[in-house]
Write a protein of this length. Structure first.
Length: 583
């Protein structure tokens, strides 16, 4: 199915929610002028539709192939990736001193969103690279930055993140990979890396001539748990005297996973040091691995939240096109017996409007989060704490939205949605990974109530709720939801709720708070669209009024029912023993 980037929508949300114009008033982002932003939005939309979208289906049906440690990407991927690099799309927010364009992270996120809607699986490659660049730039030495960043920022080399091991999934502290210091010879001062990592996205591929792995491992005598973890740069190929790929570095792709979706993205099992000759160099301080890795993970969590927007956009577009073409039955309320396109039937309209409203709300939340990341780099008061609260919201709620909308897309297709040839099933299968990786959505909810609830002594959370209430002055349902979120936050912060109680209610609370935040952003868009529409008859603005109204009137009240679960406590979860629960 064809894909058209939602450029008008993206520009509207960048302007009114991300407040991209205010960012451009700062010297650091002065190049992000209105003309530049619009050119990027239009340019990446045309690129994604022309280069990434046509090979999305091939990526699913052919998939990445593994043979004797080498991975071949699906037909067309190498050429499309080279076009991505040549177009400068990989370097949008990279530091200028290393060849980047120095533009806001919000625009980098926009590029990933657009490319991911065109080709969800393929876009995982630059997504992880962007995070690796950020980690090296934040924690690497000057020599490391000079050696690796220019070619990673340009996209000439890609990067990976290596946390998970077979015995250590979300419990990163249980990892066993080792890093032994080298005291003499050509690699003196570096480390011998040994261990196996699993679920490594684009850990091996044929798109570039080097891959820069960021690997968590333990040095000798390191403390147990996450306190004893360090981070290492491990290139696929050593760098020669000129900084180009040289000899292989004893890094092997043992296999790739056979997955229900994202077939175009090789998910690799990586072995380091099988021949006892894998060399890495420490990035940051010893035992500072988790701090350095979280620089990358926070970036990745927002970008995974974007994947919910990506799949929601693509699935909605396809469902609408199908609904307009599929003629079946008369519309019951029309008084005519003539069959109509199914888009005329009330329940199909409900599904399509719900899909559009959910996707647009998640996009607003995404841009709102990225804007606060940018503001934090400018040391704007309150921006860092707001970004920290928004990160689990966009990752958790955004990916939940993507799954729901992809499922609706299959439903709109009816029986044809269950047939692979239509492609609707691919979106449904692809979407399912997003709530799992980069910290499951349950972990995001635990982070929200365990870390983010108490930020700035609880003031950061209350500031967000206060902002929601300010926008909700004439919205009874949104005001009620904001009040419910405040009640839950206060209860969780009090001595009345145990740790188990907070965790038991964390997921429904995350959904409620995300919906309330989206409600605030949709209300703001509704207000602005209404004012702008007063001067004309713009179809985009008319649609914006309806989708925002639908979200406020139908989706905001829906989640009030979650308050009972959010404050219900953990007792009922442990009424049965494990054996009784399994019976």
């Amino acid at each position: 199915m064809s894909f058209t980037a939602p450029s008008r929508e993206q520009n509207f949300v960048l302007k009114h929610i991300a407040n991209i114009g205010a960012l451009a008033e700062h010297e650091r982002f002065a190049d992000a002028s209105e003309d530049m932003v619009e050119a990027i939005v239009e340019g990446i939309g045309q690129f994604a539709a022309g280069e990434f979208a046509p090979i999305n289906r091939t990526g699913d049906t052919v998939g990445a192939k593994w043979d004797s440690g080498k991975v071949t990407t699906p037909p067309g991927f190498r050429e499309a990736y080279q076009q991505f690099v040549d177009g400068g799309w990989a370097s949008i927010d990279g530091p200028e001193e290393f060849g980047g364009q120095g533009l806001p992270y919000s625009l980098s996120a926009l590029i990933l969103e657009t490319c991911g809607a065109a080709n969800f699986a393929f876009t995982l490659c630059p997504m992880l690279s962007f995070g690796a660049v950020e980690a090296i730039h934040a924690h690497g030495s000057n020599d490391q930055k000079a050696a690796f960043l220019p070619k990673m920022i340009s996209g000439e080399w890609t990067g990976t993140m290596n946390l998970t091991e077979p015995q250590a999934g979300s419990d990163v502290g249980a990892l066993r990979a080792t890093a032994d210091p080298i005291s003499e010879g050509e690699h003196a001062g570096k480390y011998k890396i040994k261990g196996q990592k699993i679920y490594i996205t684009f850990g091996e591929h044929d798109l570039t001539d080097n891959i820069i792995h960021l690997v968590l491992a333990r040095t000798p005598g390191a403390p147990e748990g996450t306190r004893g973890i360090s981070l290492f740069i491990v290139p696929k190929f050593h760098l020669d005297a000129d900084g180009n790929p040289g000899a292989p570095n004893d890094v092997t792709c043992v296999s790739i996973e056979h997955k229900i979706g994202i077939h175009g993205s090789p998910t690799c099992v990586m072995a380091y040091g099988e021949n006892d000759d894998c060399i890495g160099e420490m990035i940051g301080d010893e035992f500072g691995g988790m701090k350095a890795m979280f620089t990358m993970m926070n970036n990745a969590r927002i970008n995974v939240g974007s994947q919910g927007v990506q799949i929601g956009e693509r699935a909605t577009q396809q469902a609408i096109m199908f609904a307009m073409d599929r003629v079946q039955s008369a519309r019951a309320g029309s008084g005519s017996k003539d069959p109509v396109a199914i888009i005329e039937h009330p329940d199909v309209r409900r599904m399509l409007l719900r899909s559009k409203a959910l996707t647009q709300a998640a996009r607003a939340l995404l841009y709102y989060a990225t804007s606060h990341v940018d503001q934090a780099t400018l040391d704007i008061e309150g921006a860092k704490s707001r970004a920290e609260i928004l990160t689990p919201l966009i990752k958790g709620y955004g990916t939940d939205v993507g799954n729901e909308v992809a499922s609706i897309g299959v439903q709109v297709h009816g029986g044809m949605g269950f047939i692979e040839e239509t492609g609707a099933g691919q979106h449904f299968r692809d979407a399912r990974i997003a709530p799992i990786y980069e910290g499951t959505n349950g972990i995001q909810a635990a982070d929200l109530v365990g870390r983010k609830l108490g930020l700035d002594g609880g003031d950061a959370m209350m500031a967000l709720i206060t902002d929601i209430k300010a926008e909700a002055q004439d919205e009874d349902a949104l005001m009620l939801l904001a009040g419910a979120c405040e009640d839950i936050a206060n209860w969780m912060a009090s001595g009345d709720a145990s740790i188990d109680d907070r965790l038991a209610g964390s997921y429904p609370f995350m959904t409620m708070l995300a919906t309330a935040t989206c409600g605030m952003l949709m209300k703001k868009q509704h207000r602005i669209a209404k004012a702008e529409l007063a001067d004309g008859n713009d179809p985009f603005l008319k649609a914006k009024l309806v989708t925002t109204r639908y979200y406020l009137d139908h989706l905001v009240p829906e989640v009030m029912g979650l308050k009972a679960a959010a404050m219900g406590g953990a007792d009922i979860l442990y009424t049965l023993s494990s054996d009784e629960l399994a019976a």
